[in-house]
Design a binder for this molecule. Sequence first.
Ligand SMILES: N[C@@H](CCC(=O)N[C@@H](CS)C(=O)NCC(=O)O)C(=O)O
Length: 219
Amino acid sequence: MITIHHLNNSRSQRVLWLLEELGVAYEVKRYERTKDMQAPKELKQIHPLGKSPVLTKDGGTIAETGAIVEYLLAQYGDGRLMPPEGTEDYWTARHFLHYAEGSAMPPLFLMLVLEMIPRRAPFFTKPILKASMAKVDAMLVRPQIALHLDHWEEAIGKSGWFAGPELSVADIMMSFPVEAAARRFGYNDRPKLRDFLLRIHDRPAYRRGLKRGGPYAYA
Ligand SMILES: N[C@@H](CCC(=O)N[C@@H](CS)C(=O)NCC(=O)O)C(=O)O
């Protein structure tokens, strides 16, 4: 039996959604974030990085969302959720599979860290830190995030999906950055991304995954 080591309110939710789309049986071992939003230390007993998601099965362990997703598709996909191999849509799907964690998430995470620095600093340093972090954010981070959001909005084709005419692994991987950015910026000026979120939230498999994973602040 597959076990997903799932941290509440996290990118691990995508793996539960994928398993629901594939109709594969699994169990969820839930971990709760600590006060400072970190994973509890028990997760380090499963994988040395102590991050989520982690998949365990028959004594084997796989960490990193993209690797878990590739494993699940290879084992249970049977051609589903991936455009036909070698087509342009196939390579677009692979682009988004890697891009979601490799390029889309880092500037969003950096933005959170820059906001956190003055909040957690001694009170007499807060004003200067706040001003400095805002400057770095405006100069380096926001333009990058805008570039990525434009890429997403443009990539969602007429079909409403990231790669090809129907839901694929690209959409499942991209759902986390799209949800995270929606929470911060909204999509009033990006109608394709707004509709994408409505469409995925409506899927029965997405809802079943959410029920198993627990409340998700990004949704
Ligand atoms: N690129 C990794 C990121 C893993 C990651 O940072 N997971 C977060 C959950 S959103 C986590 O475990 N954070 C808690 C911590 O770092 O202590 C993946 O996609 O699996």
